[in-house]
Design a protein around this ligand. Structure first.
Ligand code: PLP
Length: 400
């Protein structure tokens, strides 16, 4: 008699949703392999190369034999560059003991969830939020509490909404500003109003994801929650170089945090990945020590493309857009298509709509469901002007 053992995986991994943005990229690749000409506007990745002055620092580091294990929390010279950056760009004062460098901002976020959350602790996520937040929270046995925002309010959570979402189990508030996917930016005044609510709830820690800080089109100035004296001791500021410096593959992110949190994430990281990559860290020292003016040319390009894509989108019936103030995405509301049948395909939700665009316009976008808001799709404009023009022409045609 033979017994078959059914392979089984942990409840933990079974509860995780695969990344929708990566899934869409895989589908687009499949169609491309089958000979289809797919325009990819789904990935959140600059279409620029890493600037030469940063690449040269990496080459120098290789030649200088930076090849040994790195300190778990990052090279001292990099921590000092981060301290200088926080002071220069954000008016934030941190000590070395408050800085931890990780393998991408994604690991920084994961670390923080792991060291703060206990089973059942609630984390408030204003929707739409970055695709990985809810799964990172679930992996730490936390409970994501989604707070829906509206296009009319520029996808920003109000103080009243925050207050209403808080329970005795609330442990954290997470948001990104500039926001992926909506491009919204909380002004200093708006953050202050949220901070005022949090004053009544001292158990809540804020995770402020500022990775798009430099990709700001100049309407609302960047503001950091930690810059308020009464929030400094309970805010983790997360940042990284992937987006603004066109360094997605280098995998360097970092936090500025209260020392006890920084120490705990260092302990965790020491048992998981150890210190981040040596060459990448050396390159990031140069990236951060140089003036942000050196990457402004990319921001200027994104700004032109934003104008272009908004014009083209507003020219298609049924798309309702806010004007994104930062990052490189538009997040149009497409609910007017729900219930319609196009080319024999009935659009029931945002996933159907994104799938329809992939098949009938050969344009890859991402369903808004992935970001906790099912009325929208996310379109990245980190693509060439030719691609944007062609993609939007195809979309317009497919929707007629
Ligand atoms: C891309 C992104 C990250 C992850 O950054 P990495 O440094 O590539 O890990 C984190 N937060 C937001 C909002 C992002 O868009």
């Amino acid at each position: 008699m033979t017994t078959t053992v059914t392979p089984s995986l942990s409840d933990r991994i079974n509860s995780v949703t695969p990344s929708a943005t990566l899934e869409m990229a895989a589908k687009a690749r499949e169609l491309r392999a089958a000979g289809k000409d797919i325009i990819g506007l789904s990935l959140g990745e600059p279409d620029f190369n890493t600037p030469d002055y940063i690449k040269e620092a990496a080459i120098q580091a290789i030649n200088d034999d930076y090849n040994a294990y790195t300190p778990v929390d990052g090279y001292v010279e990099l921590k000092d560059a981060i301290i200088t950056k926080f002071k220069r760009d954000n008016g934030l004062q941190y000590e070395r003991s408050q800085i931890v460098v990780s393998t991408g901002a994604k690991q920084s976020l994961y670390n923080v969830a792991q060291v703060i959350l206990n089973k059942g602790d609630e984390v408030i996520l204003p929707c739409p939020y970055w695709v990985s937040y809810s799964d990172i929270v679930k992996l730490a046995d936390g409970v994501p509490v989604e707070v829906p925002t509206t296009l009319e309010n520029d996808f920003k959570m109000t103080p009243e909404q925050l207050e209403a979402a808080i329970t005795p189990k609330t442990r954290m508030l997470w948001y990104s500003s500039p926001c992926n996917p909506s491009g919204s930016i909380y002004s200093e005044e708006e953050l202050r109003a949220l901070a005022d609510v949090l004053q009544k709830h001292p158990q809540i820690i804020v995770v402020s994801d500022e990775i798009y800080e430099h990709i700001n089109y100049g309407v609302t100035a960047h503001a950091s929650m930690a810059s308020f004296e009464d929030m400094y001791d309970r805010t983790v500021t997360v940042n990284g170089v992937a987006k603004a410096f066109a360094m997605t593959g280098w995998r360097i992110g970092y936090i500025g945090a209260p020392t006890y949190i920084a120490k705990a994430t260092t302990k965790l990281q020491g048992q998981v990945t150890s210190g981040a990559n040596c060459i990448a860290q050396r390159a990031v020292i140069t990236a951060l020590n140089e003036s942000p003016d050196r990457i402004q040319f990319m921001v200027d390009k994104f700004k032109e493309r934003r104008k272009l894509i908004l014009e083209l989108l507003n020219n298609i019936d049924g798309f309702k857009c806010n004007e994104p103030e930062g990052a490189f995405y538009v997040y149009p509301d497409i609910t007017s298509y729900f219930g319609k049948t196009l080319n024999g395909v009935t659009i029931g939700n945002a996933s159907d709509f994104a799938m329809y665009l992939l098949e009938y316009a050969n344009v890859a976008t991402v369903t808004g469901d992935a970001f906790g808001n099912g009325n929208c799709i996310r379109i990245s404009y980190a693509a060439s002007e030719e691609e944007i023009v062609e993609a939007l022409a195809r979309i317009k045609k497919a929707l007629q």
